[in-house]
Design a protein around this ligand. Structure first.
Ligand code: 13P
Length: 242
């Protein structure tokens, strides 16, 4: 049985005070959520320790948005798996397209970060996906297969989540059609040695399209940006209808 994982990616949004306001609205709505759905919030570093306390005893797992491969060292601006694990972080997003595009993340550094996350018992959410240009040039499959091949060298596929996030669908309101996302996720699954790795779709997931997305047989969850910032919207997403 593949696990369902619905994760919010807050990116660089929400102060500590705002994160607490969000939880006041969001946590009560989880009473309706089927227990087999894993709900994760991947938040800015400054929110991690306060959320670690506020989420204690709730069904929500805590996630970070990156991790360095060293345990400690002279790496200004980075954070280690040891530090995340110590405060109760369980998931970490790795290789998000915004990291690849704006901060020079490569498949090689993604691979190092994936292995470091697993070393500290964190579950990495590996992001893959194509630009509009690559899609138009029919390069979607080859690009993604390349990202997986290089990213997953020596990575344990029993503790892994993958997110298919077409870059052209992120923050644009231009969702990838559910059937097409399902098809690409099938291609991703065909590249894995463990067919039970949960594979999410991400890119303009909203309350009004989550039911159709989750109805697709290959899609095991969602990685949600903008709509995870509003308690009511994210509640509707985690409580999608089957
Ligand atoms: P949006 O849901 O805002 O399109 O963002 C998707 C994303 O990048 C999640 O990681």
């Amino acid at each position: 049985m593949r696990k369902i994982v619905i994760a919010g990616n807050w990116k660089m949004f929400k102060t500590q005070a705002e994160s607490q306001d969000f939880l006041t609205g969001f946590l009560p709505t989880l009473e309706e959520t089927p227990p087999e759905r894993e709900v994760v919030l991947c938040v800015p570093y400054t929110d991690l320790s306060i959320l670690s306390k506020s989420l204690h005893g709730s069904l929500v797992q805590l996630g970070a948005q990156n991790v360095h491969w060293a345990e400690s060292g002279a790496y200004t601006g980075e954070i280690s798996g040891l530090m995340l694990e110590e405060i109760g972080v369980r998931y970490v997003i790795i290789g998000h397209s915004e990291r690849r595009q704006f901060f020079g993340e490569t498949d090689e550094t993604v691979n190092l970060r994936l292995k470091a996350a697993q070393k500290y018992g964190l579950t990495p959410i590996l992001c893959v996906g194509e630009t509009k240009q690559q899609r138009d040039a029919q390069e979607t499959e080859s690009l993604i297969i390349g990202q997986l091949k290089q990213g997953l060298v020596d990575v344990d596929q029993t503790n892994l989540v993958i997110a298919y996030e077409p870059i052209w669908a992120i923050g644009t309101g231009d969702t990838c059609e559910a059937k097409e996302a399902n098809r690409v996720i099938g291609v991703i699954r065909s590249q894995l040695t463990n067919p039970d790795v949960p594979i999410q779709y991400g890119g303009s997931v909203k309350p009004n399209n989550i039911d159709e997305i989750m109805a697709q047989p290959e899609i095991d969850g969602a990685l949600v940006g903008g709509a995870s910032l509003e308690a009511a919207d994210f509640a509707r997403i985690v409580n999608y209808l089957q």
